[in-house]
Design a binder for this molecule. Structure first.
Ligand code: NZQ
Ligand code: ZN
Length: 391
């Protein structure tokens, strides 16, 4: 465990089938003016909207709504929501939905009292808020991003063909509380469920595939990966399996609440490639990661071989006897590929709407990170995108 770090995560979590009952207690801590933030309507169909509204009414809250937050929320939608929140003199933003809704609520939180253009300030210049921010609370309905317990907020600008994530430094931007009821995730379509599962797995990979020191974070990561693999196989066969869905929900939170990044340089290149693909195609986040992962990991494997060997042995139970390190590492990636196919993930960018003509924009929109085993150059990024298209 090398390096210096600070760990602080102030988000209060309420987990389980009865967790929504705690919303009452939480709401009492804030003023009357609540802005309820939600997506395209799933919460109205599955009854979560009515349950939340009943509590808001019981507590005498004055509620305004920002509805229709789309997957991969856009900068235009952000401007619209900021106006609603300002007019309502908002005391707390209550996000009810998936990562898109939670991320979006954080973006509104840092923008309501900001005189500058939030896109420029937070997503181009990566500045921190200099204004007072609005508290955010979450009721999570889709599992994967970890947004319920982190300070990340991803916004898409289609005109600029950029999808940018800002992980705010100030823990005040993390949700003050998050309500995690695994039952709420049961109405997710299979496509979204498995996309979220791969998002979880990849978040862990992004942090695991960096560094050479003996680091406690890596042991925690291996445990989390094994749990996701096990529960995902159960949930894939029976999405109504509460135990599996609850394990998936809890793993998602720990995969990206900063714990397993401690004392790690972290990679995040799969996310940079995936987000660029998302900016060009508007595809589902986890699927963009699935489509670029194997070309990327095969490309960097020689530069981080000991870690790929450890991954194969400790996560995928590869028997190393009589095999070279390269063979062991490749067998690990091959088992990972089998698992991804078993879940029904999209394994190439073509099926997500990407074309060869998009490659210059895809390359241009990819931020290059330096914490992984190989700092990619533009040619390598292009090569990985080409390999991610359907053969
Ligand atoms: O909009 P509605 O109608 O609610 O439908 C949503 C949406 O279409 C649906 N859904 C959510 N809960 C449901 C449900 N449908 C039925 N039953 C339910 N219980 O699922 C669809 C996808 O929702 P979304 O919130 O977009 O998914 P996700 O949670 O994967 O969030 C994706 C966004 O988070 C960002 C991504 O880039 C993307 O913009 N990320 C945020 C991160 C963070 N804050 O740290 C990190 C991640 O790597 C990621 O980049
Ligand atoms: Zn992700």
């Amino acid at each position: 465990m090398l390096g210096n770090f600070t760990y602080c995560n102030p988000t209060k979590l309420y987990f389980g089938e009865d967790s929504l009952s705690n919303l009452k207690t939480e709401l009492k801590k804030y003023g009357t003016n609540v802005v309820l933030v939600y997506g395209g309507g799933s919460i109205k169909k599955n009854g979560i909207y009515d349950q939340v509204m009943a509590i808001l009414n019981e507590e005498g809250k004055n509620v305004a709504e920002i509805a229709g937050v789309m997957p991969n929320p856009t900068v235009e939608k952000l401007y619209e929501g900021v106006e609603i929140a300002r007019k309502h003199n908002v005391d707390i933003l209550l996000a009810v939905g998936g990562g898109s809704v939670c991320d979006y609520a954080k973006a509104v939180s840092v923008s309501v009292n900001c005189d500058e253009d939030p896109w420029e300030k937070y997503y181009i210049k990566f500045e921190e808020p200099t204004c007072e921010t609005i508290p955010v609370g979450c009721v999570l309905t889709m599992v994967g991003t970890g947004s319920e317990m982190n300070a990340g907020s991803v916004i898409t600008n289609h005109k600029e063909k950029l999808k940018v994530g800002h992980v705010f430094a100030d823990e005040k931007i993390m949700p003050r509380f998050s309500i995690l009821n695994p039952r709420y995730t049961m109405t997710l379509p299979h496509y979204q469920m498995v996309s979220g599962i791969y998002d979880i797995f990849n978040h862990i990979c992004e942090q695991y595939f960096s560094g050479e020191d003996d680091n406690t974070s890596d042991y925690i990561s291996e445990g989390l990966m094994k749990s996701v693999i096990n529960s995902s196989r159960i949930a894939n066969k029976n999405p109504q399996d509460y135990e599996a869905r609850s394990n998936i929900m809890w793993t998602a939170t720990w995969a990206l609440n900063t714990l397993v990044a401690k004392a790690k340089s972290t990679d995040w290149m799969v996310h940079m490639l995936g987000q660029s693909a998302g900016a060009c195609t508007d595809a589902t986040h986890g699927m963009t990661l699935a489509a670029v992962s194997l070309p990327y990991y095969k490309h960097i494997m020689p530069y981080g071989l000991p870690k790929f060997v450890r991954f194969a042995e400790n996560v995928w139970n590869v028997n190393p006897d009589g095999k070279t390190d390269e063979q062991i590492a490749l067998e690990g990636l091959s088992l990972m590929e089998d698992w991804m196919k078993e879940l029904g993930l999209v394994m190439n960018l073509t099926d997500l709407g990407a074309t060869e003509e998009m490659i210059p924009d895809l390359v241009k929109g990819t931020f290059i990170m330096t914490g992984g085993y190989k700092k990619l150059d533009k040619e390598e990024i292009e090569q990985i995108f080409r390999e991610s298209l359907k053969k």
